[in-house]
Write a protein that binds this ligand. Structure first.
Ligand SMILES: [Zn+2]
Ligand SMILES: [Zn+2]
Length: 269
């Protein structure tokens, strides 16, 4: 069970994300066309849609949203005020960078973030924080808009069909016990084999075990002896009929991540 201190940290984090996800993102902020035949073929062969069907981010909305995200972070962590404001000021003065960041937000790698931080003389960690939260909002909007075009029963991977993030939370459906994997970055859920490791696709039942924590049997942590991967799982059958909010469940079960890691399991592929 999480300690009182951990519980407080979690509840602050949940409040923060509740507010973050309520930030307005106007319809025009993101232009997404219907995926063509080529993109859908690539998707069917296992490429997350964002890698083969890029939306266009409107530069001025991007800047506005970054600014709102900055204000929200600062309201929770005032000590970040100076550094985050420095980033927003640098971005406001650098029209070329605004365009290239808006155009490349979905493909940003660590190296590019390092070089932008160096160019502006700001802390990499703070820039990354700001960009990641902004990215999350755009990705969620993207995922909602492309959902009608994707038939998720054809996706049989442990990475997200929309954004490519590794799933580290699953849900066992209450009526059938069917398993769904969940992406906490873009909020997409997709069906997945009940007995298989989402990380290495191993189907050998003797390698696939789970553990629970006393008093919290609604959660299982499935582990794979072959790749040492794990996935947290919410057993809806033990939720007393409550609707499961997967994003919250992910935040509320950080103690299970710590336990799995202590046992030598990892989520990153
Ligand atoms: Zn995703
Ligand atoms: Zn595995």
């Amino acid at each position: 069970m999480p300690t009182e201190e951990a519980r407080q940290v979690m509840s602050r984090m949940i409040n923060f994300y509740d507010e973050l996800l309520q930030l307005d993102l106007e319809e025009e902020a993101l232009k997404i066309s219907k995926p063509g035949e080529d993109a859908l073929q690539q998707w069917l062969s296992g490429t997350p849609l964002i890698k083969c069907h890029l939306p266009t981010i409107n530069t001025s909305f991007f800047l506005q949203l970054m600014d709102k995200v900055k204000d929200l972070i600062v309201s929770y962590q005032p000590e970040r005020q100076e550094e985050l404001s420095k980033i927003i000021d640098a971005l406001r003065d650098d029209v070329q960078m605004q365009q290239s960041l808006a155009a490349g937000l979905f493909n940003l790698d660590q190296q590019s973030i390092y070089s932008i931080a160096a160019q502006w003389g700001v802390a990499v960690e703070q820039l990354e924080l700001l960009l990641n939260h902004t990215l999350k909002l755009f990705l969620q909007r993207y995922a909602q808009r492309v959902a009608p075009f994707l038939d998720l029963k054809y996706w049989d991977s442990g990475i997200c069909p929309v954004c490519g993030n590794v799933a580290h939370l699953a849900r066992l459906e209450k009526e059938t016990g069917k398993r769904f994997l969940y992406c906490s970055l873009c909020d997409t859920e997709w069906p997945f084999k009940r007995v298989a490791c989402p990380r290495c696709l191993n189907e050998n039942q003797k390698d696939l075990q789970y553990f629970t924590v006393d008093g919290q049997e609604k959660y299982r942590v499935y582990t794979c002896a072959k790749c040492k991967g794990y996935i947290k799982t919410v057993d809806e059958r033990k939720m007393g009929g409550k609707t499961v909010d997967m994003f919250r469940e992910d935040l509320q079960t950080i103690h299970l991540d710590l336990l799995a890691r202590q046992e030598g399991y990892n989520v990153i592929s």
